[in-house]
Ligand binder design. Structure first.
Ligand code: ADP
Length: 263
């Protein structure tokens, strides 16, 4: 592990033993899956761990058009010549770094075919276009995330893929973790950060009923940042929490009522 001061690392406040699980998975060449709602700290966790282990990080935000070629690489025309350009997964394998596939379920099916030989004891990247087969060096690690909360039945991770990963379940942090995170990221004072986190708890209790998903830590930090810069609390909550969470006037009003109880 690189000898880095904690303060040099991207700030991440552990919730449980996730740092140990990550380090053990990495030391043993095991791929890792982070499950949890959007905006709860998964990406920050990976950034923190990559820096802590002194490894280059290649992050890919997966989308429904993302194909195996986007990860592996492709031939491109450059100045009249056709040259091979490595994709982020290939670069991570060659460098012995971390490849983080954010929202992996969104990607096209052919991506799974590439991931399977990389996520078992073969640890091989098969590049069918160039005919190369790379053996992943020891430091290489594959990390993926997905959000089990989405109700899309077509976008579930197949058991045959899930069962190739060590998994950590993430959720929104408990208030004693989330409040200092919100304070640190936004520079908002403790009293007002505590009130926002309390509001988040009330809103999250509604998720699954009127709301598809509860308010993320990310949105709380946005609201806190606006308040810390002098915006009125109700305006900041409207713009950073209520509008992003729902388009339904009834639900928006219910959220305003919750905020009114706290403020
Ligand atoms: P995800 O990848 O789960 O969608 P992010 O990692 O982008 O979410 O988290 C959103 C924001 O929340 C981060 O930018 C960070 O400011 C903050 N955050 C959430 N949890 C933590 C934590 N445990 N420690 C530090 N920051 C956190």
């Amino acid at each position: 592990m690189k000898d880095l001061q904690t303060s040099d690392l991207p700030f991440y406040r552990p919730v449980a033993d996730e740092c140990d699980v990550f380090e053990t998975a990495h030391a043993n060449g095991l791929p890792l899956l982070l499950k949890g709602p959007t905006g709860c700290g998964k990406t920050r966790f990976v950034e923190h761990m990559a820096a802590r282990l002194g490894l280059p990080l290649h992050t890919v935000a997966c989308h429904d058009d993302l194909s195996a070629a986007d990860l592996i690489g492709r031939y491109l025309l450059k100045g009249g010549e056709t040259v091979w350009v490595d994709g982020p997964l290939t670069r991570a394998v060659r460098e012995g770094g971390i490849c983080y596939l954010d929202e992996v379920v969104e990607a096209r099916k052919d991506v799974t075919v590439v991931l399977h030989p990389l996520t078992d004891d073969r640890r091989r990247l098969v590049m069918d276009r160039t005919g190369e087969e790379l053996e992943a060096p020891k430091p290489f690690m594959l990390v993926a995330s997905y959000n089990p909360g989405y109700q899309n039945i077509l976008k579930k991770l197949k058991p045959s893929t899930r069962q190739r990963f060590i998994s950590i379940g993430f959720d929104f942090p408990a208030p004693e973790v989330e409040t200092p995170v919100v304070m640190r990221e936004s520079r908002l004072d403790e009293a007002r950060a505590t009130a926002l986190v309390r509001l988040a708890g009330k809103i999250r209790a509604l998720s699954g009923m009127d709301l598809e998903e509860g308010v993320s830590t990310r949105l709380l930090i946005y609201a806190a940042t606006m308040i810390a810069r002098g915006m009125a609390v109700d305006r900041a909550i409207e713009a950073a929490i209520i509008e992003p969470l729902s388009d339904e006037p009834d639900v928006q009003q219910a959220l305003r009522d919750l905020a009114a109880v706290i403020y």
